[in-house]
Design a protein around this ligand. Structure first.
Ligand code: NI
Length: 175
C-alpha cells in the first residue's frame, strides 16, 4: 500500500501473444498460491496492466445453498484480461476482506451481491460469468486494483479495519 502503481488506473492489454504476459501470469499464480490468497491483480506486482487472476473454491461457498445458486459461488483458477463488471441489481453484501498489498489486516467491505463479469482468457476466448457470494466479492476486489482502489477505500466503518491476528477475538466480542 502506497506504491504508486497501486494508486493508478492500469492500461488495457492489447497483445495477448506477448510471451512476457505468460511469464507474468505464471509468477502471479505462484505468488497467489504461496500467499494462500484468493486473487491477485497485476498492479500488485507493479505491472500497470488490466489483468487479474482469482479463484473461488468450493470450500468457500456457503453450505446449504441450492445447487444452481452454489454454482455461482465457485470459480476455477481464472486468468482474466481487460475485465468489465456489471452489477445485477442494487443489493449489497458485507464481508471481511484481506489483501496481499495490505498485509496483516482485515476489513469489512460492502460489495454488490450479484454481478456479471466479462473479459478475455489468455487464449483470447471470451469469458463471461455471473457471480454471487465470495466469487462476486473476489472479482470486485481484484478489478478495483485495476482502477487504483484498495479495499480500505471502499470501507464505510473504519472500526472494522482490524489486524488479522485480532479477527478471532473481534468475532467473539461482537457476535
Ligand atoms: Ni487485493
Amino acid at each position: 500500500m502506497g506504491h504508486p502503481v497501486l494508486g493508478q488506473r492500469a492500461e488495457p492489454i492489447t497483445d495477448l501473444q506477448d510471451p512476457e504476459l505468460r511469464r507474468l501470469v505464471e509468477d502471479m499464480v505462484e505468488t497467489m498460491i504461496d500467499a494462500n490468497g484468493a486473487g491477485l491483480a497485476a498492479p500488485q506486482v507493479h505491472e500497470a496492466i488490466r489483468l487479474v487472476i482469482f479463484q473461488a473454491p468450493t470450500g468457500r461457498s456457503d453450505p446449504g445453498l441450492a445447487q444452481a445458486e452454489a454454482y455461482d459461488h465457485i470459480a476455477p483458477l481464472t486468468v482474466l484480461v481487460n475485465p468489465v463488471i456489471e452489477f445485477l441489481g442494487p443489493e449489497t453484501e458485507g464481508g471481511w476482506e484481506g489483501c496481499l498489498s495490505v498485509p496483516g489486516l482485515r476489513g469489512w467491505v460492502e460489495r454488490a451481491a450479484h454481478i456479471r463479469y466479462r473479459g478475455q482468457g489468455l487464449d483470447g476466448t471470451t469469458i463471461e460469468r455471473t457471480a454471487k457470494g465470495f466469487h462476486a466479492r473476489v472479482v470486485q476486489h481484484e478489478c478495483d486494483h485495476l482502477d487504483g482502489i484498495l479495499y480500505p477505500q471502499r470501507m464505510t466503518d473504519m472500526t472494522k479495519l482490524i489486524f488479522e491476528s485480532e479477527t478471532k477475538h473481534w468475532l467473539e466480542q461482537n457476535e
